[in-house]
Write a protein that binds this ligand. Structure first.
Ligand SMILES: *[C@@H]1O[C@H](CO)[C@@H](O)[C@H](O)[C@H]1NC(C)=O
Ligand SMILES: *[C@@H]1O[C@H](CO)[C@@H](O)[C@H](O)[C@H]1NC(C)=O
Length: 277
């Protein structure tokens, strides 16, 4: 069996191109629910999480997630940035509707570093960095609720993680019918599964550069969660190990696994950019 695939970004049509993003988030978009089957996150639980609003040349708006990995770089999925013109990063925010983000930055297409071998037709190398050097994150003020997260070392293999519980947070849609993102950040805990069991469902789209997360009880990532970092705890330390990439077109509540970009194979690529200057 081989399913149709769906990338996990959420697209909105914006009526007026001239609208500012914060105006859009208050008026044209109806924010309502959460990650499918998720639990409400604590205010200070995912300090590395960013909400990304991305405008495409078609004037549509993509909603995705990112993770802060240094004071100057956010990591996300490459597919979020296809045909982008500009975007906004919100960090330090939990409730997108009710709170003002302690950090917001309007980025340009030139600030986005896509993996050179990202392939939009196969989703291979679905990874990107946003360069915020022009307006770096300040981690010193705890009232800003902003912190970086470390990426798991390149020495970790896919097999090392099978059976572990990963935690994924997002503002993505909460049910298949509800095409709205969530006001509040939600998360689920789910088991990391063997790539073989994922291949049975997604066929040759699954490679050693992927990681798969089990979905059950209709709990899963959904549209709007793309790019989000899968968090695991190893020896008491939190890391992100993978980025939300795609899932089954059938829907988020059908208990199909979710496919991630596995980060260790990209460890050198990330460091070559983040530690360049
Ligand atoms: C990007 O734009 C081109 C030309 O407008 C279009 O053919 C292509 O499908 C778009 N790619 C994506 C991934 O949306
Ligand atoms: C990040 O952006 C700054 C300008 O704000 C630039 O000087 C620097 O070279 C960029 N870094 C990378 C890795 O693109």
């Amino acid at each position: 069996m081989s399913l149709k695939f769906l990338l996990f970004f959420l697209t909105f049509s914006i009526c007026s191109y001239a609208l500012k993003f914060d105006t859009i988030s208050q008026s044209s978009l109806k924010f309502n629910r959460k990650i499918a089957g998720g639990t409400k996150a604590e205010r200070n639980e995912f300090l590395y999480k960013c909400a990304l609003y991305i405008t495409k040349i078609t004037e549509e708006l993509n909603f995705c997630s990112g993770s802060i990995i240094s004071d100057r770089f956010v990591i996300s999925a490459a597919h979020c940035f296809s045909n982008i013109t500009t975007g906004v990063i919100f960090a330090g925010v939990h409730n997108l509707k009710e709170e003002e983000a302690p950090y917001d930055y309007d980025f340009e297409v030139t600030d986005v570093i896509l993996h050179e071998e990202y392939d939009a037709s196969t989703y291979l190398n679905d990874i990107a960095l946003i360069n915020v050097t022009a307006y770096p994150f300040d981690f010193t003020n705890s009232k800003n609720f902003i912190q970086k997260i470390q990426i798991v070392t390149e020495l970790i293999s896919n097999d090392n993680l099978v059976g572990m519980i990963g935690r994924i947070a997002g503002w993505g849609q909460t049910t298949d019918e509800n095409r709205e993102i969530s006001n509040e950040l939600l998360y689920i805990d789910a088991e990391i599964i063997d790539l073989y069991n994922c291949k049975v469902i997604f066929g040759n789209k699954i490679r050693s550069t992927n990681l798969c997360l089990k979905s059950d009880d209709s709990r899963s990532t959904c549209q709007g969660d793309s790019g989000g970092g899968l968090q695991v705890t190893i020896n008491g330390e939190n890391f992100i190990v993978a980025l939300v990439s795609f899932g089954a077109e059938d829907g988020c509540e059908k208990n199909y696994p979710v496919v991630f970009t596995f980060l260790p194979p990209y460890f050198k690529w990330i460091n070559s950019i983040v530690n360049r200057d």
